[in-house]
Design a protein around this ligand. Sequence first.
Ligand SMILES: C[S@@+](CC[C@H](N)C(=O)[O-])C[C@H]1O[C@@H](n2cnc3c(N)ncnc32)[C@H](O)[C@@H]1O
Length: 284
Amino acid sequence: MTNVDMGRHWAGSASGWVENEAIFDAIFAPVTRAILDAADMSEGLRVLDVGCGTGTLLAAAGAAGAACVGVDISPGMVAAAAARVPAATVLLGDAQVMDLVVEAPGPPFDRVVSRFGVMFFADPVAAFTNLRRVAADGARLVFACWRAFDENQMFTLGTSVLAERLEPRPKPPEPNEPGPTAFADRDRLAGLLLDAGWASVDIMPFDVTLDYGFDGADGVETRLATVLSVTTGRTAYETLRPTLTHEAWAQLLDDVRAELRRHLVDGAVKVPAALWLATASKRS
Ligand SMILES: C[S@@+](CC[C@H](N)C(=O)[O-])C[C@H]1O[C@@H](n2cnc3c(N)ncnc32)[C@H](O)[C@@H]1O
């Protein structure tokens, strides 16, 4: 998949992320916090958020007093982020190739950050090189990304019920293929960052629980909403829904709910997430 195909994918996915922004904000709050802490986010820094999505990290960095620029390949995401964080500059484009010196004029960036936004590049070395080019000497790169597909129920819990009904059945991603788990291999990720000229590369396991019961409910409807908003759920909605009666579709959703209820932890949907927290710096 080139970034053009990936851009098309994310253009289509934006509505699900925008509709469920509050859910993603809540379940990923510990990830946002960890990135801000590792970036030592503070007043006066100039920050670039890569794959900024609907703008959670932009908002958080802005609240810490940073001057923020976001870049995202998906028009729907860019519109949402720009509306949410009017003080930020939000650019529509491919972070792998965009000339950020021209598109985001100003001093070089003190921080380049991302929450799950850097695993989709067709050419990660080119992308991280492009990002390093606009970073200040000594600038810090900080991002969170997923470890292996098999280590992360995020990709299967509830979703598997829909996947079983799809023809062809969605396959797990190939190792290293651009997508959420492209950087599962820590050594490979370290090599990519070093090849892109970043220094002091440090990639630490970051284990966190994504609590879908954040609002005091059991999180079943909340998880179901997000399952339906991402790839397999959207495909199921688009391809199965028109072929099923209203009752059969409702039954399928009930099957997803039943699967989620079988996996409640302390009365709520809680998904253990196996992530990497990666940091690096630009040699001064
Ligand atoms: C999993 S979402 C994460 C969004 C956001 N950072 C968050 O945590 O909510 C990945 C984001 O990366 C963006 N993206 C993917 N490839 C990109 C590229 N080549 N350049 C810029 N953005 C990209 C997508 O459009 C999407 O918004």
